[in-house]
Design a protein around this ligand. Sequence first.
Ligand code: GUN
Ligand code: ZN
Length: 429
Amino acid sequence: MSGLRAFRGELLSVGTDPREDAAAVRHEADGMLVVEKGIVIARGPFEEISPRFPDVPVETLPGVVVPGFIDAHVHYPQMDRIAAHGEQLLDWLDRHIFPAEKAFVERAHADALSEAFFTELLRNGTTSALVFPTVHEHSVDALFEAALARGMRLISGKVLMDLGPEGLRDTPASGRAESEALIRRWRGRGRLGYALTPRFALTSSDAQLADAGQFLAAHPDALMHTHLAENVHECAAVAERFPMAADYLDVYDRFGLVTDRSVFAHGIHLSERSCARLAESGAGIAVCPSSNLFLGSGHFDFGQADRHKLKLGLGTDIGAGTTFSMLHTAGLAYQAALAREDRLDPFRALHLATAGSARLLGIADKVGALEVGQEADFVVLDCAATPLLARRTRGASLAERLFALQILADDRSVARTYVMGESAWQRTL
Ligand code: GUN
Ligand code: ZN
């Protein structure tokens, strides 16, 4: 039994959508998790599981143990531009974001930000992510190297933007060649995956979008990751440039970019037609409520998405997003839903932040639910992290505690983060 690790604590996961599956919420008030070589090999009530592993030392986890969070949309180069004042999307990009991304021409800058980024992810309990880097090829190398060193499951790919500003522009040919080189260099290493990453319709020429479609078809193991219908001025500019397209999604569709491997961030302003097409294609949306609030983009329409049974995950969208905490992001998703008179159940919100995002990213067989056979990425949440949280959760039901964590949480709520069963972060308060 050597090489096994056992953990005892309150276990909670929501592997499927609780609106569709009465057995979606899995909760063991006194549970046990056994891990071998980073993989969960047993999970259940402590009194049932522990007799099977009599010689394995047990580590007690002080809090509610949930699957590691999965951030379905985040920009690592933008973390130092959080809280940039004054603009909606297009002006915010010009004034704050493009200058920050230009600094990634220096590899050392990309390395430094990658280090800081992973520290922030782990501090907030995020163990997997789909990440925007910059147009620079080495921005992906820096990120992947840092992920590999931490053994983390991470998906990224060079940003394509041949219509970007001076200093932040590639060409269809260089974008393709660098994407091919990156996928060759990184395929099969650690827990990394590649995502073809055109920034959005406005920063790529028709030639680059067409080439991206060919790349996606040629690489069946790659995701496609971009932005969609975030801001009204963006949508107007897209409609003006592509008058022949039925709507914003149709622009991507015409270039072969709408598939069951496509992840679109935002989707705030979606036509009924595009929702039907998303559902039909199997593409999904990374919902990013803190970003949508910060940039004045609007509120995601859960009612519309649910009528179409869209595949959804949750993203922070740092640095338009204002928190790395996926728990807090889940609480903001509740508030975005309520603004449109929809209700987001706290268990569904946890599902979106874990297994929902995993499904969106095509990694649900590996992470997101702490089931036997999955990788042992998990987080220990502290319901008494702050005096207010302690008061609000004392004697409360599981649903109330989870909701209070989502509404009141920040990085202090994460006591510990484990990657493949190994401690990767421990809070010191
Ligand atoms: N659309 C195109 N680029 C970006 C970006 O960097 N952030 C957000 N929120 N939207 C975008
Ligand atoms: Zn984004």
